[in-house]
Write a protein that binds this ligand. Structure first.
Ligand SMILES: Nc1ncnc2c1ncn2[C@@H]1O[C@H](COP(=O)(O)OP(=O)(O)OP(=O)(O)O)[C@@H](O)[C@H]1O
Ligand SMILES: [Mg+2]
Length: 378
């Protein structure tokens, strides 16, 4: 898995048996390979940009795949695992553009999203069958290609007795709501809005060489600028109903700067912006959780993704929702950093070994379709 934070390649070594609700998954090992500056800079040339060099895009599609293949090969060596022991690689690829219709608003085009780092190259350079490009079928079925977490969340976390909310705080944050003893059609799967993405962008620009706000320390040293927080909350995307998806094409540093400028907001210091952006994500997550809970319907909330390491953000959410049980997915035996990668291993397993029966008719946000394309190694 390689997400919008462009921080690294998450590799989860999973042993899987069965399919659907009978799936048994054991995480044997997990590691994130942090991308070097060359990788980040190359991808940044096309990442979430409206205008790019077509040649660059063409070159990156195979280059990213070769880079991923060599990272995987090195990791298997480090883990002392033979290539022949691995049945499948599930490769998400690198999202370079996410364009739901609500965002591009062009009449003749439907929802679209693009992940590159072609599976054929990974299969060829690792010698392992590779399942990739999971999002296109979801788009083909009329949805936005994201979030795909709902499928794995349902397989792993649906509970007979309690409603559960799974939240992942990556560059963008997303939510899966699974009612107690619920069918797949009852589930809600949606993006919430920015996760760590805006915080990372502001920190990179103003606190170089830092790449993110380690443990939320910068935010903790600043003050929330209420005017900025209020102005950001007015964005139409945030006011539209679930399910919905978004990306850094909308929520980026230019979006923050424009809001500051247009509203004539006075910023005392950059720490205050980091504090405000952190409060912004925490506020969005809090109100999303509230939307699915009520006093007579207690709900368990489990959070994953890099955002769980931002102590201030986690503490703010817990303080805002003191009556709700909020934990990281560690509490249900899933490493929060590994969760997204595990979910793609599950999707690949469903493609090759599943029959889709547990997904019923699909839900409004998550259709029942087999996702991923198969690349043989030859
Ligand atoms: N110690 C930490 N303190 C604060 N933030 C952290 C810490 N460690 C990681 N993060 C945040 O987590 C981000 C990486 O999260 P993650 O890998 O889950 O996101 P992603 O790559 O966008 O993935 P995805 O799209 O799968 O959610 C970093 O960019 C950073 O913002
Ligand atoms: Mg990441």
């Amino acid at each position: 898995m390689s997400g919008t934070s462009l921080d690294g390649l998450d590799m989860a070594l999973c042993e899987v048996s069965g399919h659907g609700k009978e799936t048994q998954l054991t995480l044997l090992a997990f590691e994130t390979h942090n991308y070097n500056d060359l990788f980040k800079n190359e991808v940044a040339e096309v990442f979430s940009k409206q205008m790019v060099s077509l040649e660059k895009l063409c070159l990156l599609n195979s280059w990213i795949a070769r880079e991923h293949a060599s990272i995987i090969n090195a990791q298997l060596k480090k883990w002392n695992v033979e290539h022949t022991e691995i049945d499948l690689i599930a490769s998400h690829g690198q999202t370079i553009y996410h364009a739901p219709k609500r965002q591009h608003q062009q009449e003749i085009y439907e929802n679209a999203t693009l992940q590159i780092g072609d599976g054929d190259h990974i299969a060829h350079h690792t010698g392992i069958i590779t399942i990739s490009d999971f999002r296109q079928k979801h788009v083909a079925a009329g949805r936005e290609g994201a979030p795909l977490a709902a499928y794995g969340d349902y397989i792993l976390f649906a509970d007979k007795k309690v409603d559960r909310i799974l939240i992942n705080i990556g560059g963008i944050s997303n939510l899966t709501y699974i009612p107690a003893d619920g069918k797949f059609e009852d589930l809600v799967s949606t993006d919430i809005g920015p996760g760590n993405g805006l915080i990372d962008a502001w920190v990179k620009q103003h606190f170089s060489p830092l790449k993110y706000d380690v443990d939320g320390k910068i935010a903790a040293s600043g003050n929330i600028t209420i005017e900025l927080l209020d102005a950001m909350m007015q964005d139409p995307f945030l006011k539209s109903t679930f399910p919905k998806t978004t990306g850094p094409e909308l929520f980026n540093i230019a979006w923050v700067e424009k809001i500051i400028l247009e509203n004539g907001i006075k910023i005392e210091k950059n720490e205050d912006v980091v504090a405000t952006l952190t409060a912004f994500t925490a506020t969005l997550l809090t109100s999303a959780i509230k939307e699915f809970t009520s006093s007579d319907n207690p709900c368990e909330v489990y959070i994953s993704g890099g955002g769980v390491h931002n102590k201030l953000m986690m503490q703010t959410i817990k303080t805002n929702l003191s009556e709700i049980k909020i934990s990281t997915t560690d509490a249900i035996s899933i490493n929060p950093d590994a969760k997204e990668a595990i979910l793609f291993a599950l999707l690949a397993n469903e493609l090759v070994a599943g029959d889709g029966s547990c997904f019923g008719n699909g839900s409004k946000s998550a259709p029942n379709v087999g996702m991923g394309k198969v690349s043989f190694a030859g």
